[in-house]
Ligand binder design. Structure first.
Ligand code: BGC
Length: 743
């Protein structure tokens, strides 16, 4: 047998043995203590916390990142409690610690798992240097609704992309071995369906049929479990009538029985007690009963377990065997982290903060995250040689805090290179840069400074507008019903436009915004999300062509909010839209007979297409795909084939393209999406060069959950596309055939 496998098995057995021994020694109160996570302050250890730690009544602490306090907490737990069990120290390290990477949605636009892994590694190291050993990331909720403020924390709408990126982040946080220095436990959240909240209103109800749940929303969770994610967080939301925190279906049947997950599940913040608010339980005691029964191993920031679990056990309503199992799950992660061997943190064991490598990773991530949506007449890239002056305008041009985005508890805005700074650094003295902020915030309706902005636009060669949303407009509980550019920004663009010079807009935002009312008013649009610490440098390098934009949309951009939910991998319906036959609202005859003949699934006022589709993004290169082929026309179930196409760069600069592979199962026992992403590759193509992009497809990649909710690969005809977005039109077909009997 493979040596490392033997070692791994031996280590696992040792851990299981130690868990058994430790649980055997624990009192009921100590067991419940392990299931209790408390929120403490960062500057001192309060006396009541000391007492609780000494008596083993706290298993984990969140939101303490002062390393001296963390070490003191660990010392009390390890040296002053009876069994000396170390603590899990949890923190939301979502897209960086001090050094902030682009928001996760921006990172998703890179389509670059390696980069996400690297970013997570730096974040883990920075966090670990502060004593953190557990992050509540990655968030892998499928998000098809840009109104939802937490879309910023997600990887967008696609299960395959989200799975790949979620796994990459888990690997970055956890490293090859959780016990190595700089590795922290990851937490895939929020299990499950949270991103499907009605009307994008955070915490709102979700109703997701099992077919959709398994084929779309659960897939990234399955992928991270298979990749060894240490923990899972239950969602706040109500899924099909049962809040996730009380869902035996999710936590027991799916997670444990079907997927064999052996880490632990943490509730969301106080979500056990909220079972009462949901109207599921009468009181906290019932809530504790339901959560324990469902298999929520640890309660985050609530007191249902600490106050009621013991009496539930005494009354025989909770079996001590169940508690032992849940406690064992938590201890397993502590053992895997090596905390029993060394619970303390010595910051000098870690690279200094901030460090140049982390900043470089943040810059690369920002560079690759920017999506170019429009570039009329190749107005971009700019060249210092051709410019004497530019106007830099807008509330987000010089906003060190806002460019960091949501969830940056530990981010340091003092490290931010703003867009204005980036442009200055790029052009030096060669170009005169005139900056007019024009609006205090993106939401401002005050137009008093617009005249000054227009003057700057008139008196310079061109304007670059830095617009969008501040970070507070996305994130938890920060959803919007109207996702146009807020405040007077549209008017600002129109006024600048009238100055008659070229207008370039860079949008910093935590969600896809509806840009229909500005897209025709400007010459170029770079969509930069909230790009993080190094955003300004990256954006300037793209504006001035040091690199070509290579980001691609991880979420569809709707024309108008009424199209939401809108996503590329929709079903065909019985009446799919045919563009040339659409009748728009202005063209409807005054009176027409009622008929369903010739009617299609579209909106009279929006058609059916988005403003920009999933996977879309322009480049300074000119890419062309040709000659798609499949290695074989018939593939037996269990085998594989390759799908390839030629990709030529007809442009004048070499650049990276994200080539994408989509598949459609033409006929199946349940209806399947019109396209599904099955592969993607970032490839560099020199100017004038043609390369072959090749994707391997296993028939298992075509599997889906069928009528009985079991994973199945069905024989039949499949269509494939390769191209630069979900609108790729270069297609081929192949056939999956059942394996010959006896073969
Ligand atoms: C969020 C979680 C987060 C937790 C701890 C909750 O409100 O939903 O995603 O990890 O707080 O900060």
């Amino acid at each position: 047998m493979n040596v490392s496998l033997t070692e791994k098995t031996a280590k696992t057995l040792r851990i299981e043995q130690r868990i058994g021994e430790l649980v055997g020694e624990m009192t009921v109160a100590e067991k419940i203590g392990q299931m209790n996570q408390v929120c403490l302050v960062d500057h001192a250890v309060p006396e009541d916390a000391r007492v609780a730690l000494r008596s083993g009544r706290i298993g984990s602490v969140l939101n303490v990142v002062n390393v001296e306090i963390v070490n003191e907490l660990q010392r009390i737990a390890v040296e002053e409690s009876r069994l000396g069990i170390p603590l899990l120290i949890g923190r939301d390290v979502i897209h960086g610690f001090q050094t902030v990477m682009p928001i996760p949605l921006g990172q998703a636009a890179t389509w670059n798992p390696t980069l996400l892994k690297e970013g997570a590694r730096f974040s883990a190291q920075e966090a670990a240097a502060s004593g953190v050993n557990w992050t509540f990331a990655p968030m892998i909720d499928i998000s098809r609704d840009p109104r939802w403020g937490r879309i910023a924390e997600s990887f967008g709408e696609d299960p395959h992309l989200t799975s790949e990126l979620g796994v990459a982040m888990v690997r970055g946080f956890q490293g090859d071995d959780l016990s190595t220095r700089g590795s922290i436990a990851a937490c895939a959240k929020h299990f499950a369906g949270y991103g499907d909240c009605e009307s994008g209103r955070d915490y709102a109800t979700t109703n997701i049929p099992e077919n959709e749940l398994r084929n779309v929303h659960l897939r990234p969770f399955r992928a991270t479990v298979d990749a060894g994610v240490a923990t899972i967080m239950a969602s706040f939301s109500d899924l099909n009538g049962i809040p996730a925190t009380a869902s035996e279906f999710l936590m027991r049947q799916v997670l444990r029985d079907e997927w064999q997950f052996d880490g632990f599940v943490v509730s969301d913040f106080d979500s056990i007690s909220q079972l009462c608010v949901h109207g599921l339980t009468e009181n906290d005691k019932d809530a504790a009963l339901q959560a324990v029964t469902a298999g929520i191993d640890m309660e985050m920031a609530g007191a249902c377990y600490t106050e009621h679990l013991e009496s539930l056990i005494d009354e025989g309503r909770v079996d001590i065997g169940v508690v032992d199992e849940l406690v064992g799950n938590i201890l397993r992660v502590k053992f895997r982290l090596g905390l029993f061997e060394d619970p303390y943190t010595n910051p000098s064991d870690f690279p200094s903060k901030p460090n140049a490598d982390a900043m470089r990773a943040a810059k690369t991530a920002a560079l690759q995250s920017v999506v170019m949506l429009k570039n009329d007449h190749d107005v971009l890239p700019l060249s210092c040689g051709n410019l004497r002056s530019i106007a830099v305008i807008g509330p987000l041009a010089d906003a060190p805090y806002e460019q960091l985005g949501t969830w940056i508890f530990d981010g340091d805005p003092a490290l931010s290179i703003t867009c204005l700074q980036g442009v200055h650094d790029m052009v030096g003295d060669a170009v005169d840069v005139r900056f007019v902020r024009a609006m205090d915030t993106s939401r401002s309706r005050d137009t008093a400074s617009f005249d000054e902005a227009v003057r700057a636009a008139q008196e310079t060669d061109l304007s670059i507008l830095f617009l969008g949303e501040e970070s507070i407009l996305t994130g938890e509980a920060h959803s919007r019903a109207d996702i146009d550019l807020p405040g007077a920004q549209v008017e600002l663009i129109r006024r600048i436009r009238k100055a008659g010079k070229k207008v370039i807009v860079v949008i910093l935002a935590g969600r896809p915004l509806t840009l229909t009312n500005i897209v025709d008013e400007v010459d170029a649009i770079l969509y930069a999300w909230h790009p993080g610490t190094m955003g300004g440098t990256a954006i300037a390098e793209l504006l001035f062509g040091i690199e070509s934009p290579s980001g691609k949309l991880p979420a569809t951009m709707p024309r108008m909010v009424g199209q939401i939910p809108i996503y590329y991998n929709q079903k065909n319906t019985g009446k799919p839209p045919r563009p040339h036959e659409l009748v728009f609202i202005d063209d409807i005859a005054e009176q027409a007979p009622q008929t369903s003949f010739g009617m299609f699934a579209f909106h009279l006022d929006a058609g059916f297409s988005p403003l920009f589709p999933f996977g879309y993004g322009l480049s300074y290169a000119k890419f062309e795909y040709k000659n798609i082929r499949t290695s074989i026309h018939e593939v037996e179930i269990g085998d594989k084939l390759t799908v390839s196409a030629e990709l030529t760069n007809n442009g004048e600069v070499g650049a990276v393209e994200v080539a994408q592979l989509y598949v459609r199962d033409l006929v199946a026992s349940v209806t399947r999406p019109v396209r599904e992403l099955k592969g993607f590759k970032r490839v560099y193509v020199e100017s004038g060069q043609t390369i072959t992009v090749e994707f391997e497809l296993q028939t298992s990649d075509l599997a889906f959950y069928g009528r009985d909710y079991k994973l199945v690969t069905e024989p039949g005809e499949f269509r494939v596309w390769i191209g630069g977005s979900s609108y790729a039109d270069l297609q081929s077909e192949f056939q999956v055939i059942a394996r010959q009997r006896g073969a």
